[in-house]
Ligand binder design. Structure first.
Ligand code: BES
Ligand code: ZN
Length: 458
């Protein structure tokens, strides 16, 4: 029996596979088991590889003789459901309303994983002798930076060889305009804590004599950006790859109206960076962001203290050619240099991931060694986008990160075809996440036809 995308997605959403929260470990295992069973049901040789954290599902369909090999990537973990009170339906019970299906992970990335499984299953049912090798790598740690994946790639390097990687874990701007993501941002995450007095102090008795850790934290953070919006860390921009004219051209073709975009986001204005439009800034420039800040009294009303400590979580999104370790060192050193006397500082490092970039065929800077099977797959994607969605695909760098994509390039030498099935309305990572049923249906046809075309060498 062929796998049905909607039913598969409903089951996937029913498992609360939140990778960051250890209480959900059993749900990650259930999701893994369901994927193993699903892949085995369509006759893939399937194995779940144990890791220190969450297992990686690897599955393979091998054909006799010479045939192209497509390696498919997806992740079965999701972001936390928090804040639960803002959900209109239960996050872990998929609910169809109108032309969308709601639930945590309905889009990111369970929706597309279900779409690809259904497409492959239907295709192989219709063409059991399709001359195409297929491999799946489905991980459960993407949303926490894939800490266990790299060693698995190293260990199974020979088994995971192929012509290119196919994934649908990125977005398109509109349902009639498929975006192929040609670049992803890298990331480095860390936090620091400033410690002042050995306990909270009465702000009347000691205020004026003791440096307040929150003031010190705000001063340091304030110093990390310039007036023009750029990051004020020496060396931060040294390795940033310049933007090519064709890339700006693709972005213009998207035709996004900035006023509408502003309304959609609900912001009173954009944070503008010199020389970059807001749409360019998210794709071509690195950032330094604050993801959380705390210290002192957080309850109702006031409490007159000088808190003993204050902390902040920082992440930098990075672009091609920036080395996350180097950038993390630079930013940490700068913060240390700017830390005033009167507080001590402690850093906690979190995960790092490298940016990724592939230049599709027929662009001014396409590498001569671009895999020919992938080059054809890009062209096929263009043709299928026109036929099924209305316009040829646009090739753009995107602001989000899938850190393992660059490791896959480095370790397996596979470039990626990243077809965007998410839409801005999906609200991934937010309450009431949803996935468009139209993207689901058309996406399935697109993947089926794409794989048929790759097998035929079109
Ligand atoms: N699917 C997203 C990444 C994405 C979304 C890329 C849309 C491009 C367009 C992925 O699941 C994600 O959220 N990644 C994290 C990675 C991080 C935790 C290392 C991200 O970008 O924050
Ligand atoms: Zn995500």
């Amino acid at each position: 029996m062929a796998l049905n995308a909607l039913e598969t997605l409903k089951t996937l959403v029913s498992f609360p596979s939140v990778s960051t929260d250890s209480k959900y470990k059993p749900a990650l295992l259930q999701t893994k088991d369901f994927l193993v069973t699903s892949l085995q049901s369509i006759r893939f040789e399937t194995e779940a590889i144990e890791t220190e954290l969450h297992p990686i599902v690897i599955a393979e369909r091998k054909v006799k003789g010479d045939a192209p090999t497509v390696v498919i990537y997806g992740h079965y973990d999701v972001q936390p459901e928090d804040p639960i009170e803002l959900w209109d339906t239960s996050p872990f019970e998929a609910t169809v309303k109108g032309d969308r299906i709601y639930g945590r992970g309905a889009a990111d990335n369970k929706g597309p994983v279900a779409v690809i499984l259904a497409a492959v299953s239907k295709l192989l049912e219709e063409q059991p002798d399709l001359p195409l090798n297929l491999k799946f790598m489905l991980e459960g740690e993407e949303e926490i930076g894939s800490p266990s994946f790299k060693p698995v790639l190293e260990k199974y390097k020979d088994r995971l060889k192929g012509d290119f990687l196919l994934a649908c874990d990125t977005g398109s701007q509109k349902s009639d305009q498929i975006v192929v993501t040609a670049g992803l941002r890298g990331i480095t995450c860390f936090e620091f804590k400033l410690k002042g007095p050995n306990k909270d102090l009465h702000s009347g008795i000691y205020g004026g004599a003791v440096l307040n850790p929150i003031k010190a934290l705000v001063d340091i953070c304030h110093s990390l950006h310039n007036e023009d919006g750029s990051v004020n860390v020496p060396g931060f921009y040294d390795d940033v790859l310049p933007v090519e004219e064709w890339e700006r051209g693709e972005l213009k073709k998207l035709g996004i109206d900035l006023d509408e975009y502003q309304k959609f986001l609900g912001v009173p204005g954009f944070f503008e960076q010199k020389g970059l439009t807001p749409l360019e800034a998210t794709r071509y420039a690195p950032t330094l962001e604050y993801n959380g800040v705390w210290g002192g009294y957080q309850g109702e009303g006031s409490k007159t203290i000088i808190p003993s400590e204050a902390s902040v979580k920082i992440s930098c999104r990075l672009v091609a050619k920036q080395d996350p370790d180097k950038i993390q060192d630079l930013v940490i050193q700068t913060i240390k240099d700017r830390c005033p006397e009167g507080v001590s500082i402690e850093f906690t490092k979190d995960h790092n991931g490298t940016a990724y970039l592939v230049v599709p065929p027929e662009k001014p800077n396409t590498p001569a060694d671009l895999n020919p099977v992938l080059a054809d797959a890009f062209k096929l994607t263009d043709a299928l986008s026109s036929e099924l969605f209305g316009k040829p695909a646009l090739y753009m760098r995107e602001g989000g990160s899938i850190p393992i994509i660059n490791d896959i390039k480095e370790i397996l030498d596979l470039d990626s075809l990243l077809i965007g099935l998410y839409l801005p309305e999906d609200g991934y990572h937010a309450p009431n996440e949803s996935f468009s049923l139209e993207m689901m249906e058309k996406g399935q046809v697109m993947i089926e036809r794409l794989l048929t075309g790759v097998a035929a060498g079109d």
